[in-house]
Design a protein around this ligand. Structure first.
Ligand SMILES: Cc1cc2nc3c(=O)[nH]c(=O)nc-3n(C[C@H](O)[C@H](O)[C@H](O)COP(=O)(O)OP(=O)(O)OC[C@H]3O[C@@H](n4cnc5c(N)ncnc54)[C@H](O)[C@@H]3O)c2cc1C
Length: 467
């Protein structure tokens, strides 16, 4: 199809979307409109021309071609796909594919902000992938056929198969309920944007309803929030929640004393993977905000309105958020890949799945070892980003015979936000071992980390990404 008509259709779509949906970037609606347009104008338009390059779901055309497939457009996968596109741009023998269940990239490290104050924490993928030679497929992978080298996915309720020469697995992690009775059915989780939306709605409703509750004890029960798990996401969520409920107190005219926030942590301190000194600071800041902390007790059961603790006590609450652990989807184990603790794929020093020449795993999905300590690298965004870049580089080296690089995690710092204006953390600086931040300065650093992520995405994709 000639370029003129392609531009015409895109302009037409832009205008139609603005009129009909008040948004040009509603991907599903745009694609639907495009399909309808295609059905109505078969004489003038060839289908393959009008499917935007980055949003193709027609996989047959790739059978027999050389494909590098990345599953997951989170921190690791998106970085890997963009870096692959850059490396292979002048060598167009390989198609780069990116698959995700959602049409947006979630800035997961800020998810607690979306859950409490509806902050924008996602970027539409079409903005990032615009003009990139990356074929994006909106669908969920449900099986990886390791032997025949293809992935099975569901696109728009239809099964599709995409073959690969190289595969990067970056599907992140999901909630681990550890088979605790009643936990999955009776708790909120905080792993996806959808989870955050549910929590936001629940908190808003709870605060509003409690304002009209005349019975004191009922009001207190309504406004008791319990967070299971005092790790990173648990404490960050608690800090935001304390700020938010303080606002509700004013807005809905309920008493300060009616609101209670409790964190339950099984270990003997909060955020146990951080230095003890930081754990203590975090605990102090949270207790200053009025949050109660129960340590060294495990949750053994959850019902619709109670949390049962290993010490024998129970806490009454309908507002329970479980942030107690993560694991990787069974999809990887079921596909025959060698997995370790929490279902993470065992990888070698180059991030390649053990015993597999053409599959890489990165981020939360991978059990990458720190060569200095011999211990698995923690599940964190900064490591997923580093691994995304390295996996792309190593695939390029494999194909064109360069030297592959071993993975060494670099820790740039750790920052834990504890509300809108408060954070605790440290940053590595040249020549100085660590510089620590507490309070508003820490919060600025946390905001800077988010901005840096967007900045790097802009740089990597060479697109002006607004969010
Ligand atoms: C509330 C919260 C706060 C956090 N705070 C911090 C922090 O301050 N600092 C830090 O370093 N880390 C933090 N983390 C952890 C960090 O977010 C993760 O370590 C990071 O997102 C992992 O990146 P990833 O690329 O492995 O996976 P993700 O970023 O989770 O991306 C995985 C992607 O894969 C997609 N996907 C999953 N399954 C499929 C499938 N079957 N088919 C297709 N697509 C699929 C998902 O839709 C998703 O887009 C936090 C996490 C949470 C939940």
């Amino acid at each position: 199809m000639i370029n003129g008509s392609k531009i015409y259709i895109e302009n037409f779509l832009d205008e139609f979307m603005l009129l009909e949906y008040k948004d040009r970037n509603n991907i599903a609606a745009r694609k639907h409109t495009l399909n309808v347009f295609h059905q109505l104008m078969p004489k003038f338009i060839k289908h393959e021309d009008i499917i935007a390059e980055s949003f193709s779901s027609h996989l047959n055309e790739f059978t027999g071609s050389k494909n590098i497939v990345v599953i997951g457009a989170g921190y690791g996968g998106l970085t890997a796909a963009l870096r692959l596109e850059r490396l292979f741009r002048k060598l167009p023998f390989f198609n780069i594919h990116l698959i995700d269940k959602y049409p947006f990239h979630t800035i997961k490290t800020q998810l607690h902000e979306a859950a409490v104050r509806n902050e924008e924490v996602s970027i539409p993928l079409d903005k990032i992938l615009r003009k990139k030679k990356i074929h994006f497929h909106l669908g969920g992978v449900n099986f990886i056929d390791v032997k025949n080298k293809n992935v099975h996915l569901e696109i728009n309720k239809e099964e599709a198969i995409l073959s690969f020469n190289y595969l990067v697995i970056a599907i992140g992690s999901k909630v681990n309920y550890y088979n605790i009775p009643g936990m999955e059915e009776n708790s909120f989780s905080l792993q996806t944007l959808y989870d955050a939306d549910l929590i936001y709605e629940h908190i808003s409703r709870t605060c509003a309803l409690s304002a009209s509750e005349t019975e004191q004890s009922k009001r207190e029960d309504n406004l008791r929030f319990v967070i299971g798990g005092g790790g990173l996401s648990g404490v960050e969520f608690a800090g935001e929640l304390a700020d938010h409920t303080a606002k509700c107190v004013t807005n809905f005219n309920v008493s300060d004393n009616d609101v209670e926030i409790i964190i339950i942590e099984g270990a003997d301190r909060l955020v146990p993977f951080m230095d003890k000194d930081f754990s203590m600071r975090i605990e102090k800041k949270l207790t200053d905000k009025g949050i109660k902390i129960i340590k060294g007790e495990k949750i053994i059961k959850r019902s619709s309105d109670k949390v049962f603790l290993s010490g024998g006590s129970t806490i009454k609450t309908k507002n329970f958020i479980w942030t107690g652990g993560i694991r990787v989807s069974d999809l990887l184990k079921n596909s025959g890949l060698k997995t370790g603790v929490a279902g993470r794929v065992m990888v070698d020093e180059y991030l390649k799945a053990e015993n597999n020449k053409c599959i890489f795993a990165i981020g939360d999905s991978a059990n990458a070892l720190n060569p200095n300590t011999g211990k698995p690298v923690p599940a964190a965004a900064q490591f997923a980003l580093q691994q995304g870049r390295l996996s792309a580089k190593n695939i390029f080296a494999e194909i064109y015979g360069g030297k592959k690089e071993q993975y060494y995690p670099k820790v740039a710092g750790e920052v834990v936000s504890l509300g809108k204006h408060l954070a605790v953390g440290w940053m590595a600086l040249p020549f100085i071992k660590k510089i620590t931040f507490v309070g508003f300065l820490g919060r600025l650093l946390k905001a800077a980390i988010k901005e840096k992520h967007i900045f790097l995405l802009r740089k990597e994709s060479r697109n002006w990404i607004k969010y």
